[in-house]
Design a binder for this molecule. Structure first.
Ligand code: UTP
Length: 476
């Protein structure tokens, strides 16, 4: 018989079905199931299902919002009128000094399930390099090596996995010796999980007869996981003062870009984000807005059309700033947020979740049947003092791999096109042209940005001044 206390607790929340197969489980399986059940906050799950959670009225909030304080593209080119009054040249110097001084770390999140991509390994292991076939993780880690080469320093990488991606990711990194990043500069830590419930009944779903279905608790789980893993202590020991946060699915992120880091430092901002200008009011990007002196992201699905369509005197979108999930945080800010980590709200997603039904049969739903609960990293934004956003062009920074081949956007081909275009542009700026339709890719350990490419080519390279006519992995 299951322990009476457990039975009573489950009954109080209408979740007794979790014990339906108890008698057929081994004693180890029973103990494991009991541990899992005890670790779940049933009150929280119940209130999430019932919708008894504080959800702001986003439509009303959007109507009182203002655009965020920003360095727009024109400001970055020295011809704008930003209220921030920051100098791009000073920013580049200040950011470069900070990276060279070892005070900037990389925070890379790779715990997602990558369900839309339909790849059977962690998304970081997806081969995306248009010429090299390098995986996403290889590209990101090689950027850390490239930054070390450029600045003559080490840039530690804090890599978040989840129970879904952890073991394979760790084995993959070990097999490839972290793609050149020294072992002492890589800290892999695993985020937590949340159970899922049936969308109609609120009953917790089971992955097996003795096992609850659980999935990663969202990229907002980063804060709790950083604390639990000792990563913050590692940062303090290493003198890391700021983190460059980005997501594993975007291979063209300008990792630790000196200019971005520089604005963050010069503005004494606790949190600085890259924004891209939305091309249309309904573009599917989170909207950066100010509510009072606090920066928020309002998701596109919560942003009312009439507000999204507002234009300023120049006919440009008033709410122009779309989020691409690239941020720079102060470590001191993150530490302050540790006290707040459990207060990050859960967002609800309707998903297809395979599960065991009352007869013990595995059901593979064809339609979303379940509610999953995730925390989002951007819910930290309103806590930050003096936040700013910096506008980058999409080509400079954003090509996320989300979907399997054949979808309209964010597919492998789409991402590769952005990668090729970015590198083609860097080469062209340094006097190397690439023939139409020819794929090029730059090894990040050779050059991480356009400036590095120019330096490499100025000091003499076999491709200096030439036209590339065949697929080439430059520097690789
Ligand atoms: P997405 O929300 O796009 O999820 O994550 P995903 O896993 O890439 O893909 P789908 O939605 O299942 O198709 C954006 C980024 O946040 C990370 C992902 O690894 C990706 O880098 N993430 C997401 C986590 O690290 N943990 C999570 O719990 C969720």
């Amino acid at each position: 018989m299951p322990p009476q206390e457990l039975v009573e607790r489950l009954k109080a929340f209408g979740q007794q079905h979790l014990l339906a197969f108890w008698d057929g489980l081994s004693s180890e399986e029973q103990a494991q199931l009991e541990r899992e059940i005890v670790s779940i906050d049933l009150e929280l799950i119940q209130s999430l299902f019932k919708g008894n959670v504080d959800q702001p009225d986003w439509a009303a909030e959007a109507r009182r919002a203002e655009p965020p304080p920003a360095m727009r593209l024109a400001d970055r080119q020295g011809c704008g009128q930003s209220v921030l009054g920051l100098s791009p040249e000073e920013a580049k110097t200040s950011g470069a000094n900070a990276v060279a001084g070892g005070t900037i770390g990389i925070l890379l999140v790779a715990g997602g399930q990558g369900s839309r991509l339909g790849f059977e390994h962690p998304k970081g292991m997806y081969p995306i390099g248009p010429v090299s076939n390098a995986t996403l993780l290889e590209i990101h880690l090689k950027k850390a090596v490239g930054l070390s080469n450029k600045y003559g320093t080490s840039v530690p990488v804090y890599l978040m996995t989840s129970p879904v991606t952890h073991d394979e990711t760790v084995a993959f990194l070990a097999e490839h010796k972290n793609f050149g990043v020294p072992e002492s500069d890589v800290l892999v830590f695993c985020q937590g999980t949340m159970p899922a419930v049936d969308g109609k009944t609120g009953k917790l779903l089971m992955a097996g007869k003795g096992e609850l279905f659980k999935s990663p608790d969202g990229h907002g789980g980063t804060v709790a996981a950083l604390a639990a893993s000792g990563a913050i202590d590692h940062m303090k020991r290493r003198g890391v003062e700021h983190l460059f946060y980005f997501q594993v699915d975007n291979p063209i992120v300008p990792v630790c870009d000196a200019e971005l880091v520089g604005y963050h430092l010069l503005a004494d901002s606790e949190l600085t984000s890259i924004a891209v200008a939305k091309q249309s009011p309904g573009e599917k990007l989170g909207n950066f807005v100010m509510l009072g002196d606090r920066l928020h992201i309002i998701e596109y699905s919560d942003f009312p059309d009439d507000v999204a369509q507002q234009r300023d005197a120049d006919q440009a979108l008033k709410f122009w700033a779309g989020s691409i999930a690239v941020h720079v945080f102060g470590v001191a800010f993150l530490e302050r947020m540790l006290g707040y980590k459990d207060a990050l709200p859960f967002h609800i997603a309707h998903k297809k979740v395979p599960h065991v039904n009352a007869n013990g049969d595995l059901v593979e739903p064809s339609e979303p049947n379940a509610l999953k609960f995730e925390r989002f990293i951007f819910d930290l934004l309103p806590q930050a003092a003096r936040p700013i956003v910096v506008e980058y062009t999409e080509q400079e920074c954003f090509a996320p791999l989300k979907n399997a081949p054949g979808a309209a956007k964010d597919t492998p081909e789409y991402v590769q096109r952005f990668m090729i275009d970015q590198h083609r542009e860097w080469l062209a700026a340094a006097g190397v042209s690439v023939a139409e339709g020819v794929a090029v890719e730059i090894d990040p350990t050779w050059a991480v940005d356009a400036t590095e490419v120019a330096k490499r080519l100025a000091t003499g390279s076999e491709i200096s001044g030439t036209t590339i006519t065949e697929p080439t992995y430059v520097g690789g």
